[in-house]
Design a protein around this ligand. Structure first.
Ligand SMILES: [Fe+2]
Length: 221
């Protein structure tokens, strides 16, 4: 028969090896490395986040914070919230490296790949990397699937679409639909479009910093 016991007493009496290692703080070197990675990542937002978001009335930082806030409000999981916050990291990387080719003044060519490469090297999960790398594909898919969608894009978004390969072909769209994370990519795209609210104060980045730290620690474990 199961009886209720004080969990702390149970833990104190019989600390299994698995439990002990689960409760132990992360090894110092891994924690220090991950903290440095998070510091470098958020340093990019501090240094370049004030730049305007591709001719839109918000900064890069405000845009990505709003995208993450929309994802969190919608109850998205950790990977999707993080992906929303870093989806345009490539534009910040391009700001840090001004020789990066530009889409006619509307941000870096292949910004999704620049961001994905950085995040992969930094130790983010394959899912976060794939969501960032694929977020432009969702826009290309929607312009193929919904003829009215193209007309609803902002002027800047229409201008960059040509650099991004234009609307998908039917074959590309069929392949996109096979992506198991297609729904998350489309949702990310919707938040991307909504995350342009003017005069909305950017919130505290500490929760996103903590989320990134926890995510990277788990990946490194
Ligand atoms: Fe964006």
């Amino acid at each position: 028969m199961l009886t209720a016991t004080d969990p702390s007493q149970t833990l104190a009496q019989a600390p299994s090896q698995e439990l002990a290692s689960a409760l132990a703080p992360p090894a110092k070197p891994a924690l220090a490395r991950v903290e440095a990675t998070v510091e470098r990542l958020f340093g990019l937002y501090a240094a370049h986040g004030h730049a305007d978001y591709l001719g839109e009335p918000v900064s890069q930082l405000a845009h990505m914070w709003q995208a993450a806030a929309l994802a969190e409000t919608a109850g998205a999981d950790e990977a999707v919230v993080l992906a929303a916050f870093v989806h345009d990291l490539g534009h910040l990387l391009a700001e840090a490296e001004p020789t990066t080719p530009s889409m006619g003044g509307f941000g870096a060519v292949d910004h999704e790949r620049l961001g994905a490469d950085y995040l992969r090297a930094a130790g983010f999960s394959a899912r976060v990397v794939a969501l960032v790398e694929g977020h432009v594909q969702a826009k290309r898919y929607l312009t193929f699937q919904d003829p009215d969608y193209h007309g609803r894009l902002s002027a800047a978004s229409r201008a960059t679409l040509a650099f991004q390969g234009g609307p998908m072909s039917a074959a590309e769209a069929a392949a996109f639909e096979q992506n198991p994370d297609a729904d998350a990519l489309l949702q990310l795209r919707r938040w991307d479009e909504l995350a342009k609210a003017e005069h909305l104060p950017t919130g505290d980045l500490a929760p996103l910093r903590a989320l990134a730290l926890a995510h990277l620690l788990r990946q490194s474990g």
